[in-house]
Write a protein that binds this ligand. Structure first.
Ligand SMILES: Nc1ncnc2c1ncn2[C@@H]1O[C@H](COP(=O)(O)OP(=O)(O)OP(=O)(O)O)[C@@H](O)[C@H]1O
Ligand SMILES: [Mg+2]
Length: 261
């Protein structure tokens, strides 16, 4: 807050009028804090695999120099760590690309059914290895939205991947594309352990994970839902996550139909 004398002393009772200027800095402070947190998170996420790589390189140059079995084992861990860093950087780049284009709504007609079917096909093997079956229910008629097919594929991929990875114990993931009055809804439901209420509002924050160790273990970066949220915003859609511990998770994306946009 600033207080400045506005004029010479001409006011009533001889008092100088003052101008009070109030500026709400809450939003600016919040953004600044987010930026600082983001840099700290990225650095931390990169430092962990880098430290492990450096450690193994030193071991390979020293103690394990003449131990072929250990060498193989270490190299495969190093490879996984390098892959992790690559994934993190890829995700950061996708996030910044989507953010840059967020104010430009995509204009290409895309059939949501095709996008969902294609991505589910590519994920079936990964799901099968975990004992999870993916079912898709889609309408007979086309489900056309104005969109970016690649970005919409990333949405389906992230959501189905999450449902398979975290809801594995449910053994089944149900994906549906449905017509709604104002557009189309894509829903992904799993029957896993669900998510406690207090985490729900924070899931789309960058790097937010309910269980950091579990997500890392599964190769996650914690950026998936942040990317999904930005893509959905760019498509002028809505994202809802509903969950109850013990009865699985339902994620719904509602996109305006092409004839409504
Ligand atoms: N279907 C689900 N069931 C239970 N927990 C979930 C589910 N989907 C997401 N979560 C929780 O939300 C967190 C954030 O999900 P998000 O997709 O953003 O990141 P991630 O899956 O950890 O990493 P990435 O998407 O980069 O692989 C996850 O770590 C997990 O804790
Ligand atoms: Mg994910």
């Amino acid at each position: 807050m600033q207080i400045t004398p506005a004029l010479e002393a001409t006011g009533e009772f001889g008092a100088a009028p003052v101008m009070l200027l109030f500026r709400d800095l809450t939003e600016a402070r919040r953004l600044e804090r987010m930026r600082v947190d983001f840099i700290a998170n990225v650095s931390h996420e990169l430092r962990t695999p880098l430290a492990s790589l450096t450690g193994f390189i030193e071991t390979l140059q020293g103690a394990a120099r003449d131990d072929p079995a250990a060498r193989e084992r270490f190299l495969s861990i190093m490879r996984a760590q390098a892959w992790r860093m690559t994934r993190l950087i890829d995700d950061l780049l996708s996030l910044s690309r989507v953010e840059l284009r967020e104010h430009v709504a995509p204009k290409t007609p895309v059939d949501l059914r095709t996008v969902a079917a294609q991505i589910i096909d590519t994920l079936r093997t990964m799901a099968g290895e975990r004992g999870v079956a993916i079912a898709l229910a889609a309408p007979e008629a086309q489900a056309i939205v104005l969109g970016d097919a690649d970005e919409l594929s990333r949405v389906v991929e992230n959501l189905v991947e999450n449902a398979v990875k975290y809801g594995e114990s449910g053994g089944r993931v149900d994906v549906a594309v449905e017509r709604r009055e104002d557009g189309f809804e894509l829903s992904v439901r799993d029957h896993g352990p669900g998510i406690a209420q207090e985490h729900l509002p924070r899931l789309t924050e960058r790097f937010y994970r309910v269980d950091v160790a579990e997500s890392r273990d599964k190769g996650g970066t914690g950026l998936g839902l942040a990317i999904v949220k930005h893509i959905v915003n760019r498509h002028r859609g809505r994202l809802h996550i509903e969950s109850e511990p013990g009865s699985g998770t339902l994620v719904r994306v509602i996109l305006p139909a092409a004839d409504r946009a």
